[in-house]
Design a protein around this ligand. Structure first.
Ligand code: SAH
Length: 383
């Protein structure tokens, strides 16, 4: 069993095929004395055209009988179970998945005119404790496995099909629960699967990883898969960012901006999207707009202003529509391409920052601790 196999399957001796990208499946096969093309046959059966309905025998059907018999003992297909689907009034669907120990994570399907976007979770909860984020308020339970991340796409595609949709998911944003770059070991293979032409064949540009700024893992991402990068910036100065995003105390703006430059340096058409949540009276002043323009000078980028989505117990309010428009105009006037994100799914708490799932936190996040410790504060022992 590979170390990355699912926590849920820890008791199973069999390897969950959904945890393997193409190269690791080839390694698994060669460890068994099999040729790489055998691995590739299983790989496309598993990921193409509905994935054989998760029937192991059908996925292994191209193998010679003896190999098939052996692999049936070694591997299995374990897909994250879909617990509930909640439709919003604007066409958005929230999918709730059971991840064991009574916990749930969420993915969101966002249909638009020309595309269907899936917002995917990477962790159960989040350790970063950004002050304006509901997931951040919940604390952290555990990382998702590659299989659990990929399952969100598989299940979403099957759900769309069951609704009569002729198209599947065309875009992925890793903007659900969790910080993808604090779970790079599972997220990077999942990104390879999303973009592998022998698997889900999504255009890398249409797959976006959003990070709060985990600088060392940004370099890993840039070297690994050429997906789009979004950075949750939310403040133009270290003083303000330290306050609302504790991760900034560990990876301050100068290091973050360098990592952003590195991501696009060898990709002349790529740009970084900076997300900026509009918090009334906190980061929406003309001075903030001016500082932001200065900070972004020389970086090929786009700014996406996100109206703050409220949740119960939040200590912020959204900036007024007029303030958001004015902030945008100031950026535009300085030559910074800026859009305002349309909020979708807020009636079912499916909008940015509202994903809660059902998390039993083992740790309560970085607040007040970043820069001092690698591991977040442990409040109570694992379930
Ligand atoms: N941890 C990653 C992925 C989360 S993406 C990251 O921080 O980028 C979710 C996006 O929604 C992030 O930009 C996040 O900062 C933003 N967000 C969080 N809470 C929000 C809220 N209440 N309203 C609007 N956007 C929010």
């Amino acid at each position: 069993m590979l170390a990355s196999d699912s926590v849920r399957n820890a008791s199973s001796e069999r390897f969950n095929l959904l945890n393997a990208d193409r190269v690791s499946l080839e390694k698994l096969f060669s460890a068994q004395g099999e040729k790489p093309f055998r691995a590739r046959q299983v790989f496309s059966r598993l990921h193409k055209n509905g994935g054989c309905n998760n029937e192991l025998a059908a996925c292994l059907q191209d193998l010679p009988a003896a190999t098939r018999a052996r692999f049936s003992e070694l591997v299995h297909i374990d897909e994250l179970p879909l617990a509930t689907v909640i439709p919003a009034s604007d066409g958005v669907y929230k999918l709730l998945f059971s991840v064991g120990a009574g916990q749930q994570i969420e993915a969101v399907i966002i249909p638009e005119a020309q595309r269907i976007t899936l917002c995917i979770s990477s962790q159960v909860g989040c350790a970063l404790a950004c002050k304006f984020c509901l997931t951040g308020k919940q604390g952290f339970a555990r990382n998702l496995t590659t299989a659990e991340i990929v399952a969100q796409l598989r299940v979403a595609n099957r759900f769309l099909q069951s609704q009569g949709s002729t198209s599947g998911i065309s875009n992925i944003v890793m903007m659900g629960m969790g910080e993808p770059l604090l779970n790079a070991d599972a997220v990077l293979p999942a990104l390879r699967l999303f973009t592998d032409t022998a698997a889900y064949a999504l255009t890398p540009r249409r797959v976006t990883v959003s990070t709060a700024g985990v600088v060392p893992a940004m370099a890993r991402l840039a070297a690994d898969v050429p997906v789009s990068l979004a950075v949750s910036l939310h403040a133009p100065t270290n003083a303000l960012r330290d306050e609302i995003m504790p991760v900034n105390r560990k990876y301050p703006l100068a290091s973050l901006m360098t990592a952003c430059q590195q991501h696009i340096i060898n990709r002349p058409r790529a740009y970084v999207t900076f997300e900026y949540v509009m918090l009334d009276g906190v980061n929406d002043s003309p001075a903030c707009a001016r500082d932001l323009v200065r900070l972004l000078h020389g970086i090929r980028c786009k700014v996406n202003l996100i109206p703050f989505n409220p949740f119960s117990g939040a200590s912020y309010q959204c900036s007024s529509p007029a303030t958001i428009q004015e902030f945008r105009s100031r950026l535009l006037q300085s030559g910074v391409m800026t859009t305002i994100r349309k909020t979708r799914g807020d009636d079912i708490l499916a909008a940015c920052g509202q994903l809660a799932g059902d998390v039993h936190a083992r740790t309560m996040g970085l607040a007040g601790r970043a820069g001092q410790s690698e591991s977040p504060i442990v409040r109570h022992s694992p379930q």
